[in-house]
Design a protein around this ligand. Structure first.
Ligand code: SF4
Length: 651
């Protein structure tokens, strides 16, 4: 059970803790003694929580600097548990980048599991960084990585336990700068009340620049208001944030903007409130990816995490433009690393970590221009060392036929592919240029080369989807299973993982409505009814979670009030199915007066202003409008033969 924070007002959990400790130690509390005391009190509660090792740090390549020897301190705060956060490559990259600087100390914090949260609250202890047991409130900058919409409440848990006022307007110059980036920052409005500055695009150039700029401005203002606090400190913080907005075209400071609901109360556009605030915010972009060194000393967790392996980013961006895909839009332009750089970094990482698997990261690895050469070189180097190679994002093209051979798999393993849809006209609609022949031949080669399982990713609820598209998913999965029988003498295990389509910001489908709850429920029942082959399993994403993902990814600032209300009512770690409670979210949204039906299920007109229009993307809105128009034309050709008795979705 969670011990809830107080029902209203600023949460000052950890600040109170520090005050308590100050009383215990006297007013001249020494930071080192303070942290040592916190560390020992946390150690005392660890025997009572699950996976205590996730809270102690001290892993290989973790960096703990003396704060007295640096100019600034940054805590990378991941709004999920340690096992999820430590598998996130971006966190490790930014951690290493900032710690490579002598003048900054970069540390980590993760959302505690509910048992640990309860223990911390009961013992009046703060959430601290893993490296030096520093309460989050003590850092100069607190940086959240926004990977998943449903994780929003975890940000509030971390702020509150860390002693940082939840809402930006309640913070003073003494509080950390709370910043956020990552895919969910593409529509920042729902989290705008809690975050001081959002950055989109590549974090490597913008994070250090933002951290330095904050220190410079804040310290100058601190000197100018010396001795005054309260209102003066809050006003000075406003001034500091405005100066960041003036100096950095990539920084979105939401307090200088307002959301204008469209007629009828649906989320509308966002406009500047201050003459110095820009109309649109640019994404941060690295032109030369090779100029940023690859990570070769990742932190090696002491406990099992989701991905225990070396991750090497071979390419950023994707040459394709599938209409549903937000990643390809926000990771533009396409940039690659050389084969030599990748192989050298992989070898160095192997020596530094001892991991027995290397994973090549990119949005679409088989589109890496020197793919065959890269795999051949990696196999030459790593096969003798017994290190396995994994390529999670294979695109289905003619190259797929040679990949299994190229990988020369000795272990029985799975091939993971994302056809997204099963029929050609629907592929044209979503603009995913793959052919079933390539897919089937690629799978046949994989079975001949010791692969035994195939995992397929599909989407359900796309604009114009028909019953035959759902049937196609099953046909495709069963065909692949049969190919397995032809190649290996027994039906192959095929898993079709079916997600519920959410029209995401900055995609050509951003004007589309999301399908209704009842449609997804019907489609999932239909898929399970149609499947005959017992070697084929269907895994459908939870409908409630997908709908909430839609609300948070498409909502405006009012959704932030509902996030806070859901959190105050006990919402915690909702991306974990055992903790997810959809009713609590829907009730909070209703109590905040948000019409989720209109927000989710009503399409926008092409000329409407959208809540994320002010966050610019490469190629911009004109490209999305053109693609949207093409999608509408293709949909008209496909006809209105939609699934079951459900309403068609108008794109
Ligand atoms: S190939 Fe994959 S990453 Fe590239 S645009 Fe299509 S879905 Fe997105």
């Amino acid at each position: 059970m969670i011990v809830s924070p107080r029902a209203a007002g600023d949460e000052v959990h950890a600040t109170e803790v520090k005050n308590d400790l100050s009383l215990a130690f006297g007013s001249g509390l020494n930071d080192m003694i303070f942290r040592a005391e916190i560390q020992s009190r946390i150690a005392a509660i660890l025997p009572r929580v699950k996976q205590p090792a996730q809270y102690i740090g001290g892993e290989l390549h973790a960096v703990a600097k003396d704060h007295r020897s640096v100019r600034g301190t940054l805590c990378l705060a991941f709004p999920d548990t340690y096992t999820i956060g430590m598998s996130h490559h971006g966190l490790q990259v930014l951690y290493s980048l900032m710690n490579a600087r002598d003048d900054w100390a970069c540390e980590r914090a993760f959302t505690p599991w509910v048992d640990m949260e309860e223990e911390l609250r009961t013992a009046s202890l703060p959430l601290t960084s893993l490296e030096t047991a520093t309460p989050l409130a003590e850092f100069d900058v607190l940086g959240f990585s926004l990977q998943y919409e449903i994780g929003s409440v975890n940000i509030l848990t971390m702020l509150d336990l860390g002693g940082v006022p939840l809402r930006g307007e309640h913070r003073t110059l003494d509080d950390p700068l709370v910043i956020a980036g990552g895919p969910c920052a593409q529509n920042p409005e729902p989290l705008a009340p809690f975050i001081d500055v959002f950055i989109t695009g590549d974090g490597e150039p913008s994070l250090p620049l933002l951290c330095d700029t904050w220190l410079e401005i804040r310290d100058e203002l601190k000197r100018s208001i010396a001795g005054r606090n309260g209102n003066a400190s809050r006003a000075a913080r406003e001034e500091a944030l405005l100066e960041i907005a003036r100096r950095m075209p990539v920084a979105y400071v939401p307090r200088f903007y307002e959301c204008l609901p469209s007629p009828g109360g649906r989320p509308g556009g966002v406009v500047p409130l201050h003459p110095d605030a820009r109309e649109t915010i640019e994404p941060s972009v690295i032109r030369d990816l090779e100029s940023i060194p690859l990570l070769v000393t990742p932190i090696v967790p002491n406990i099992e995490t989701v991905h225990d392996r070396i991750a090497i980013e071979i390419m950023r961006g994707c040459p394709w433009q599938c209409r549903f895909c937000q990643s390809t839009v926000i990771k533009r332009p396409l940039r690659i690393r050389s084969v030599e750089t990748i192989v050298n970094a992989a070898l160095e990482s192997y020596h530094n970590t001892g991991f027995s698997e290397i994973s090549l990261l990119s949005l679409s690895s088989s589109d890496y221009p020197h793919f065959a050469e890269l795999i051949t070189r990696l196999k030459e180097v790593f096969t003798p060392l017994g290190v396995n190679l994994s390529i999670p994002s294979l695109r289905v093209n003619e190259q797929l036929r040679s990949i299994a051979e190229l990988l020369g798999n000795r272990r029985r393993s799975a091939l993971t592919l994302a056809p997204e849809v099963a029929r050609d006209d629907m592929r044209e609609q979503i603009r995913k240029k793959i052919k079933n022949d390539d897919l089937y031949e690629g799978c046949r080669k994989a079975f001949e080369n010791n692969f035994t399982r195939v995992k397929l990713y599909f989407m359900c609820g796309l604009p114009g989807e028909r019953e035959i598209d759902l049937d196609g998913i099953i046909e495709m999965a069963e065909t692949i299973s049969r190919i397995g029988k032809e190649a290996r003498g027994r039906y192959a295990q095929v898993t079709a993982s079916v997600s519920n389509f959410v029209p995401k910001a900055h995609t050509p489908y951003q004007w589309s409505a999301m399908r209704q709850r009842e449609y997804f429920q019907w489609a999932q029942r239909h898929l399970r009814r149609v499947v005959k082959n017992r070697s084929v399993s269907i895994k459908c994403h939870d409908v409630e979670t997908s709908l909430l993902e839609g609300v948070v990814s498409r909502g405006d600032r009012r959704v932030g009030d509902a996030i806070e209300l859901a959190w105050r009512r006990g919402a915690r770690l909702d991306s974990w199915s055992e903790l997810f409670n959809g009713d609590r979210w829907w009730q909070a949204l209703a109590d905040c007066g948000i019409d989720t039906d209109r927000l989710l299920h009503e399409p926008y007109a092409l000329g409407d202003r959208l809540p994320w229009d002010h966050m610019n993307v490469k190629k911009g809105r004109p490209f999305l409008e053109k693609e949207h128009a093409r999608a509408v034309a293709q949909l008209a050709k496909m006809g209105g033969n939609v699934a079951g008795s459900m309403e068609p979705v108008v794109v």
